[in-house]
Design a protein around this ligand. Structure first.
Ligand code: SF4
Length: 323
């Protein structure tokens, strides 16, 4: 029987630090600046060794480096950036493919990280500046123009990029389409956006923002509209742990979502919503024609943008996963 493919990335997330100088009111991740120890290289090395040892039961290719932010003007910014760079280097040296998402970076920082990352990411979230009066009132990194600038720099630097929208944080429906149109336009300029994540707001225990979950029943509609706005070579990703009803998850796939993101032990951004594992997803998709297939954090059409060292690492991982 003919089956269609929906992808996921076998991934593990490391967090260099939870400290963040922003205070997004829906955040369930951050710690106060100076109150979260930074991940050491030996700690990361132990994690990577453990992941290597389990290769016969569970292959992991992507290391997602997800961090809270140290202020760009802080005297600690350089050390923060260097730790992230070194963690990427270490992951790479142990056969993993780093994908960094650590908030807005300077052009120079992005250029450096390109040397040790196969792709990078930053959620655009929403383009409307209205949210700077509400959920982003104390989040200088969430100035939309700053984030749009990152997408543009990623294009100029030829960095394969993942971005996305956070849905249900006080924006209007019109805001969704404007944000998607901005992403579409920037992709038409540089052809570098691999994926757009549509992430429904899902309240957690730590946040102060008092609003319900984004209605999962609306998600298939947003996906089908997004599919019309985004160029065909941009994949739509949804996080399956945030669409908790199997029927609605299938409806999202039918509406045009083709990727389920990184599947690992923990969703660091939404710790109250455990990741569904590969077996769970296979069970949900079993009655349908959709079949899961692993992918790397870089889509094949971007391989030529990488330096030779990264290209070799990618080729090895493709071999390991037989893709
Ligand atoms: S959502 Fe991200 S940027 Fe905002 S406070 Fe949390 S960690 Fe910082």
């Amino acid at each position: 029987m003919f089956s269609s493919i929906i992808t996921y990335s076998p991934a593990y997330t490391i967090v260099p630090t939870y400290e963040c100088f922003n205070r997004c009111s829906y955040c369930n991740f951050r710690a106060e600046p100076g109150k979260s120890a930074w991940m050491s290289l030996s700690e990361a090395g132990s994690i990577f060794k453990r992941l290597k040892a389990q290769v016969h039961t569970q292959v992991v290719c992507e290391i997602l480096i997800l961090s809270g932010e140290v202020h760009p003007q802080s005297a600690r910014r350089q050390a923060w950036f260097e730790r992230i760079y070194e963690l990427c280097e270490l992951a790479l040296s142990m056969g993993f493919l780093p994908h960094t998402n650590v908030g807005p970076l300077s052009f120079d920082e992005m250029q450096k990280l390109k040397q040790v990352n196969v792709s990078m990411g930053l959620m655009l979230e929403q383009l409307t500046p209205e949210l700077l009066k509400t959920v982003h009132k104390q989040a200088p990194s969430k100035v939309p123009s700053k984030r749009l600038q990152q997408l543009q720099w990623a294009g100029e630097l030829k960095i394969p990029f993942t971005t996305g929208l956070l849905l249900g944080i006080g924006e209007t429906e019109q805001d969704w389409w404007e944000t998607l149109e901005a992403i579409a336009q920037i992709h038409l300029d540089y052809h570098h956006i691999q994926e757009v994540i549509l992430q429904p707001h899902s309240p957690g225990k730590e946040q102060s923002f008092n609003a319900p979950s984004f209605n999962p029943r609306q998600l298939p509609y947003v996906i089908s509209q997004a599919r019309k706005i985004l160029p065909a070579d941009v994949t739509i990703q949804i996080p399956p742990n945030l669409v908790q009803d199997s029927q609605w998850l299938i409806a999202c796939v039918e509406a045009g979502a083709r990727d389920l993101g990184g599947i690992g032990p923990k969703d660091e951004v939404n710790p109250d919503y455990p990741h569904l594992q590969k077996n769970d997803l296979e069970r949900i998709l079993q009655p349908t024609n959709w079949r899961l297939k692993p992918r790397l954090p870089i889509y094949p059409q971007f391989d030529a943008w990488l330096n030779p060292h990264l290209q070799t690492a990618v080729a090895k991982c493709r071999d390991t996963l037989s893709i």
